[in-house]
Ligand binder design. Sequence first.
Ligand code: IMP
Ligand code: MG
Length: 199
Amino acid sequence: MSEAAAILFGEEEIRRRVRELGEAITRDYADHPPVLITMLKGGVVFLADLIRCIDLPLRVDFMSISSYGRGSEATGGVVRILKDLDHDIGNDHVLIVEDIVDTGLTLSYLMTALQARNPASLHICALLDKSARRITPLHIRYRGFECPDQFVVGYGLDDQERYRNLPFILGVQDPATASAAVDAYLAGMMMQSGTGPST
Ligand code: IMP
Ligand code: MG
């Protein structure tokens, strides 16, 4: 990628892949409808699309976590739970729905915490797998796309809380100048089409 920001996964490509994941989950959980758990806020866009592609009487629940402000690598993935699940997951078939698995530190910490609540099963569904950066090995049962080792925004993923509403996913060259690169890319898109999403 030579530009400072460029589309990695387009709207239609994401839609198609989310549909395939939903169909696989529908098949695998036909006898035991799952509870889908998402960490606020990055996973909510993916979750909202995914559940409409799953033809089962599923439930959803949310957690909000804080990584103590310095990112998962500085803390080893230890997070503070700001909002816990509304319901007990004992004996439930739990599927964690994540936007992206990067180092895997946050998710492996959470997997251990959720496993201690004795769910009947516990698996991961992640839209993006930045596997080149993995520190803690994790089994991702449902994976949308392999993600290059780049900072990405859009479709739930943010840079300083912006760009979650983009319907596609952009990769940026330099995370330090992500917002300038993304703003320039979006401005270019608007000039070409005469319209565009406002963020
Ligand atoms: P991990 O603990 O390193 O696997 O990542 C924890 C969280 O960091 C993810 O759930 C995302 O919310 C966030 N994250 C990781 N990579 C990116 C990225 O490229 N863009 C935006 N957020 C990211
Ligand atoms: Mg996340």
